[in-house]
Design a protein around this ligand. Structure first.
Ligand code: NI
Length: 259
């Protein structure tokens, strides 16, 4: 049993890879000190599953939203469904939402991603909820949209992959960056340097399980228990104790998500 507790602020036990093993995975997380976790939705179906898991397990929270890889024009029925879910137990965010230009090369579809993104930012504002942002190879448009359409909102750039300059802009907005497995990889590029310089108070730790397992679990199916390896890496880079990282990132998760 760990002598500190952590929050996995972004995970996907609602993914089919965990079907049937959710209870065991949550138990292993708690054994490792990961007492709270937030499952983010990517589709209506996975959002429904996230809501269901939040209702069923203590310490399990949910975000609901449509991911940019799931491209379609959102309408009133989607808004009604997403809004209804946010009134359920332990549903704390709209997410994950954003832009993915890595998977999407078509300009018209990218324009549709931007509309979906803005639409859901607007919904989050109406519902007074924080947002969890997915941004892959779309840094310029993500920041332009957040500056214009993100007013009055709080959120996190999950699995942060931008520059230090971008991180500073996020800091000035009062937002957070989320770090996960890639921080521990040899090809982590500029991320360790950003984590070293960026204030701990605005860093959240996450797994994005079942993908992106951190070293030394790389290659295995990722799960919330492994968020401790991310926290340990943050501690190593910053030259502070993992207890300190656990305490501060947990407080930040509480502040952003009201958990
Ligand atoms: Ni995710």
């Amino acid at each position: 049993m760990a002598d500190f507790t952590l929050v996995d602020t972004h995970t996907h036990l609602n993914d089919s890879k965990f079907a049937g093993s959710e209870a065991e995975v949550i138990a292993r997380a708690k054994e490792a000190g990961v007492t709270r976790l937030i499952n983010m939705g990517d589709t209506l179906q996975s959002s429904a599953k996230a809501v269901e898991l939040a209702a069923a397990y203590d310490g399990v929270y949910a975000g609901v939203g449509i991911h940019p890889e799931e491209i379609y024009e959102l309408g009133a029925a989607d808004d009604e469904q997403l809004s209804a879910w946010t009134r359920e137990k332990r549903v704390v965010a709209i997410g994950e939402i954003g832009l993915d230009y890595y998977w999407e090369k078509d300009e018209e579809k990218r324009a549709l991603q931007r509309r979906m993104f803005i639409h859901q930012l607007d919904l989050a504002r109406q519902l007074h909820l924080p947002v969890c942002i997915h941004d892959r190879e779309a840094h310029g448009d993500t920041m332009a949209i957040l500056k214009k359409e993100g007013k009055g909102l709080k959120g996190v750039l999950h699995c942060f992959s931008g520059s230090y300059e971008m991180a500073q802009e996020i800091y000035k907005m009062g937002w957070y960056i989320g770090v996960d497995g890639p921080l521990t990889y040899k090809n982590a590029a500029k991320l360790p340097e950003i984590v070293e310089k960026f204030p701990l108070e605005r860093i959240l730790v996450e797994t994005d399980a079942p993908y992106l397992a951190p070293v030394p679990m790389r290659g295995k199916q990722n799960e919330p228990a492994f968020v401790r390896y991310v926290a340990e890496k943050v501690a190593e880079i910053k030259g502070i104790s993992v207890e300190n990282v656990a305490k501060q990132t947990s407080e930040s998760a509480e502040e952003l998500y009201g958990i």
